[in-house]
Ligand binder design. Structure first.
Ligand code: NI
Length: 136
């Protein structure tokens, strides 16, 4: 693990109170771990906004498998982006609905392209991209 650096941060009292309540609700027992997690997420989101490089993340989506050709269209998309997709999880969450989660690792433009393709497929009700980290 990297060497630990201590630094002081000045924050409004009300923000600290809200932060501590949030930590308690989430089960954190110290601020350092929560701040580390928040900073990591902040940096992943900002590098995603400004960067063009390689990223690791997930694309999760819910669809009704009875609608049109949704199943074969999603399968086609997965084959087209097979170099990007590291793992696929599928769950039959109800009689008609399926949820899939794709673990992706690759160039931002490819991840964006796959996300847009899945989001715009007829039958997909909800599609979410979650970026975890920029790969250096
Ligand atoms: Ni299913």
């Amino acid at each position: 693990m990297d060497r630990v650096t201590r630094f002081g941060v000045s924050l409004p009292g009300k923000l600290v109170e809200r932060f501590d309540r949030t930590l308690a609700a989430l089960g954190y027992d110290n601020r350092s771990k929560a701040i580390r997690d928040a900073l990591t997420d902040f940096m992943a989101q900002s590098s995603w906004k400004s960067g063009e490089g390689r990223f690791i993340g997930s694309i999760s989506y819910l669809y009704d498998h009875h609608v049109g050709d949704v199943t074969s269209e999603l399968t086609e998309a997965q084959h087209r982006f097979s170099g990007l997709i590291k793992a696929v999880m599928h769950s039959h969450v109800s009689h008609s609905e399926c949820v899939e989660v794709l673990i992706v690792s690759g160039m931002k433009r490819e991840i964006t392209s796959l996300h847009n393709q899945i989001s715009s497929t007829r039958g997909v009700e909800s599609c979410k991209l979650d970026v975890l980290k920029e790969v250096s």
